[in-house]
Design a protein around this ligand. Sequence first.
Ligand code: DX5
Ligand code: ZN
Length: 220
Amino acid sequence: EREFILSPSLLSCDFGRLADELAALEEAGLKWVHWDVMDGRFVPNITLGAPIIKALRKRSKLFFDVHLMIEEPERYIADFIDAGADLICVHAEATRHLERTVSEIRRMGAKCAVALNPATSLFDIEYLIPQLDMALIMSVNPGFGGQKFIPFTLDKIHELALLRDDWNPEMLIQVDGGCAPENTPDLVEAGADVLVSGSAFFGFPPYRERHETFLRAAGA
Ligand code: DX5
Ligand code: ZN
């Protein structure tokens, strides 16, 4: 039985108070935090990079879940691991030799995940499932917080859960985009273990109570 995890997306926090926000999450009992790294090429938006993560690493014990929405992520893996990422998630669409990129992440000692945009087939990662700590199903097109959940991704989560049963029961399934307490029961039922939430989390303080609302919705 896998444990339900909420990974708040800092994209929706107050960037002027990042250190305080991280402290508040820890104080509220969260275990994970989700960093959205965007390069203005893979996605039409730019956020932050390894130096910011490194600076905040010193101030936080949270599990740093780093979602790279960048082209050729293989060029920056070492930087992000050096910055203190606990888990690195690369997009299947952004790297030409996905198996090599995944092996590099594992070899350098971080947990490894691969993300799929809504329209990308699950079969793009089928052969890699045994090597992944987590797979991320994007339930919006990445780039911005506050977008509407794309309903067909629910079936995709369920289909991935079936592949997982066959190839790697330990692998976590993460869902990112438009996750809220309202759709959490369906997402968990479909097979999700880790939900990312930006706007539906940071928009509803206090964080401890909001986390509990998600946990209740997950039946955890
Ligand atoms: C989307 C990012 C998400 C985003 C989620 O490009 O990868 O992590 O911040 O935000 P919400 O929960 O508001 O959809
Ligand atoms: Zn994300």
